[in-house]
Design a protein around this ligand. Sequence first.
Ligand code: ATP
Ligand code: RIB
Length: 308
Amino acid sequence: MGRVFVAGSINMDVVATAERHPQVGETVAGSAVLYFPGGKGANQAVAAAKLGVTTSLIGRLGKDAFGADLNAFLRAQGVDLNLVTETPEAHTGTAIITLANADNTIVVIPGANGRVSPDDVARATLAEGDVAVSQFEIPLPAIKAFFRRARSAGALTILNPAPARVCDEELLDLVDILVLNETELGLLAKVKLREDEIAHIIDVAKTLEAGLARIIGVTLGSRGVVALGDGEHHVITGRKVKAVDTTGAGDCFVGALAAQLASEATLHDALVYANAAASICVQRMGAAPSMPDPTEVSQVLGPADPEL
Ligand code: ATP
Ligand code: RIB
């Protein structure tokens, strides 16, 4: 069984809940302010670790109260933090989130995450069968160095290009599996997408696949996920649940997918599993604290999963 290595951000999510989102220039009264561990890297690492796979996080925390809280939380979730460094020159990454009607807006202040460097990833002891995961909340040179190292060790690389940002060919050449949402797919493929027909999304993803020759998974929120690869496509229908907070749903999906692939699941089974895991995550408040354990995922996964 392989391990999961995640190089990525660690944030404290400061969440304001309100009945609706304010418009630009407007003030609305909120209901509560909540503090949840988050950051795409940390969320994905917690998702993988809670699902029972040995998981190491590579990243940086500030030397402050948020950093200490996040360190304790991540340790308690079973994430290996040997490659997480304390950075006195910068504050711990912080995300300011407004949550209304289960939907969010997020402003991320990178702080220490912005200091993650190629040197930070150099100590990762990746090996064949391991899965290396990253996202776009740490600097590009660190992601490239991480994936180069993973490639030379024979590990699988997964990039979640979020938050959406144009990425260069040199990075994409190092990626085995790209997991992205509709907005990120639109940006990469240079087309405008918003709740488009599944068939159209597959066509757009195919234009990328043709150039990149790798597996592409497109997460579609409550509609589920489509993936192309191995010469076929997979369509996994979203589970019907009552979402209260979708923050971290994409991260739960990516972490669960990585954990499954490290455990040698087939791509199809891993997608079905990750879709079920993410449907549990959206029914709880917060990002990292919402990640499910294997018992919870087994409970929602029936013997046969619905497919289109
Ligand atoms: P976020 O940025 O909020 O973390 P994302 O945009 O990266 O999310 P989504 O496509 O919204 O990712 O969601 C990821 C996965 O989570 C979906 O593919 C699906 O499996 C699950 N999911 C998200 N929202 C819902 C929902 N309302 N009901 C059921 N499953 C959901
Ligand atoms: O993907 C969700 C995450 O994005 C949040 O936890 C927040 O920290 C931002 O990084």
